[in-house]
Design a protein around this ligand. Sequence first.
Ligand code: F6P
Length: 360
Amino acid sequence: MKIAVNTGGGDAPGLNAVIRAVTLAGLRRGWQIVGLRNGYRSLLDPATPLVTLDRKAVRGITMQGGTILGTANRGNPFEMPVQRPDGTWTTEDQSDRLVARFREEGIDALIAIGGDGSMKIAGRLIEKGIPVVGVPKTIDNDLPETDFTLGFDTAVSIATDAIDRIQTTAESHERVMVVEVMGRYAGWIALHAGLSASADAILIPEIPFDLESVAAKVRENEANGRHHSIIVVAEGAVERGGKVMVQGKAVGQAEQLGGIGAYVASRLGTLTGKETRHLVLGHLQRGGSPSTFDRLISLKCGAEAVRMVEEGAFNQLVILKGQETRRVPIPQIAGGMKKVPLDGDAICTARELGVSLGDG
Ligand code: F6P
């Protein structure tokens, strides 16, 4: 057997642990394991060879963030960005070339580690006859069916730690501090980190917010003798009647979000008369060593993916129910989104604690 593994979309802590588990479990079975560089580049660009994954290549990488294979979020083979002679960009479907190269290389199956975008691509490759097993990755935790995606736990810890650190400055200066965290379509990071770090308000994409209601929380704090407030806002949060704030968009790439933290801070300053500051945690949330939890689920998902290849259980995604791996068909999740449930425990807890969710 010759198995290829790749990582697509934004990097996330835990990717290397999956690569290690896939490699070691595959080698134990006498298989050859190869890595694809930067998403699918090794199957599209003749100058980018396959990466041989042997014991040495994966030594000591469980604790490393990022991905030793590199990744790409402008690497969709069905919409590959290509530059025209006049310098402008367009996209091209290069999937047939990819499938041909996959077969020429004698690869039997692909283990694709990725989020919603990567699973959509996997779904289309399956239709073209490529046997795929998926592994769920994204710090946003927004893939359907799985309780957790790898990288989420680490990102939440980083965000929680950052918000903890903001508290002292907020208190010393009696300021309103607005912290923008990642979360394009779902507010998992904002909600979990905001709750854990005792934020006063948490604004998530699932609940369009009213800034008057957030300002009321700041005023309530003042009345209670607390002269500072911490507001956590997901990058994809929207004001009632407003739109998601976008920084820009490159050809063949998802929109780059951002700006909501600055907007909320500026408006709250006007509404409350308090000094406000904002900061954007950005890619810090994806960096560094994976948490113990992320290492463990990544290793489990990698080992399960290899068992699935062995059984011929293709075109399925490894998912986690609690900490146990399970499987679902990839077409069942492609295009779906796991939102924060509005009647879930975390939202109910936030309301019980008097945290503003911007909808009061
Ligand atoms: O999907 C993961 C994620 O980290 C999102 O939260 C964020 O919007 C996006 O990736 C950022 O992507 P990029 O690295 O291209 O800026």
